[in-house]
Design a protein around this ligand. Structure first.
Ligand code: ZN
Length: 284
């Protein structure tokens, strides 16, 4: 949906004003995204009068870029409004983690983008250096401190996800609090001063006590829950048994390719997730 972020327009007030007048708008309400009642849901972009009403009534408008038809797309936060249907908005506001589970990637990505940048704008009000109040700049992509003039930018936290395999089997684990029956690839946040590969070795060692080799980068995914970038690897397990880190994980299990091709009594994360991509890619 967003085909070009058009970052060069973020400082161009005349262009932004013109863009607002014909904008499509992805509204966020209390961290939820506007979608249709279809299965799976589709994103709803407000147009025309509804779009302008949302931009006027909402907070933290952000210029996201242009879509495939060249129309400018904004996100706006309607959280301060108790009933967004009072703006003439139809559709339903849903948590993207639920609503997006079976969405196609081109539907999921703009909603994820809108959710992430809107949340940053809502949460980032004070300077980390001096505590001064922040003013928004660059169409929602920067903030500047009113006291010390330090600039603050949207943060993304890198995290690795790794599908550990051993011959015909792959290791999936359950974190405490996962939905019943769900197993996923191992994952963890990158620490300061650490490379992605060092993080893979450390996380696998910490969580299941295995060494890994032949790391292979697969792909990555913006994951704004709340602000991660997931970086996916496949890796081969070294010798030895799984030793579970029980504070973080409830269980880790080796699954055969046959089990993963037709899961019975368990499931792994849905198609929009990187874990799903890793499993499918490994299955071939
Ligand atoms: Zn400051």
């Amino acid at each position: 949906m967003i085909v070009d972020r058009k970052a060069e327009l973020r400082k161009d007030q005349a262009a932004l004003t013109e863009a607002r007048a014909r904008a499509r708008v992805l509204p966020i309400w209390r961290n939820r995204s506007l979608v249709t009642g279809d299965r799976p849901p589709k994103p709803i972009a407000l147009e025309g009068a509804a779009a302008r009403a949302a931009l006027d009534a909402g907070e933290h408008p952000v210029f996201l870029g242009v879509d495939g038809s060249g129309a400018p797309v904004f996100a706006v936060d309607l959280s301060a409004i108790d009933d967004p249907s009072s703006l003439g908005i139809e559709g339903r506001f849903q948590d993207l983690r639920m609503a997006g589970a079976f969405m196609a990637t081109p539907d999921f990505e703009p909603l994820a983008y809108a959710r992430g940048i809107t949340r940053w704008n809502r949460k980032t009000n004070h300077c980390a250096e001096c505590g001064g109040a922040l003013t928004t700049e660059d169409a929602g992509f920067a903030k500047i401190c009113s006291q010390c003039e330090t600039r603050t930018f949207p943060r993304t936290d890198p995290a690795v996800m790794v599908l550990v395999v051993r011959e015909d089997r792959a290791l999936l684990a359950r974190q405490h609090g996962f939905p019943k029956g769900m197993y996923s690839a191992l994952a963890g946040f990158v620490e300061p001063g650490e490379s992605l590969e060092q993080c893979v070795h450390r996380e696998v060692g910490e969580e299941v006590g295995l060494s890994v080799r032949r790391l292979r980068y697969h792909d990555s995914q913006g994951w704004p829950f709340p602000r991660s970038l997931m970086i996916g690897y496949l890796a081969e397990a070294g010798p030895g048994d799984v030793v579970l880190e029980e504070e973080e994980l409830e269980e880790a299990r080796w699954f055969s390719k046959d089990e993963l091709r037709s899961p019975k009594g368990f499931f792994y994360p849905p198609p929009m997730s990187l874990a799903h991509h890793l499993v499918k890619s490994w299955l071939g």
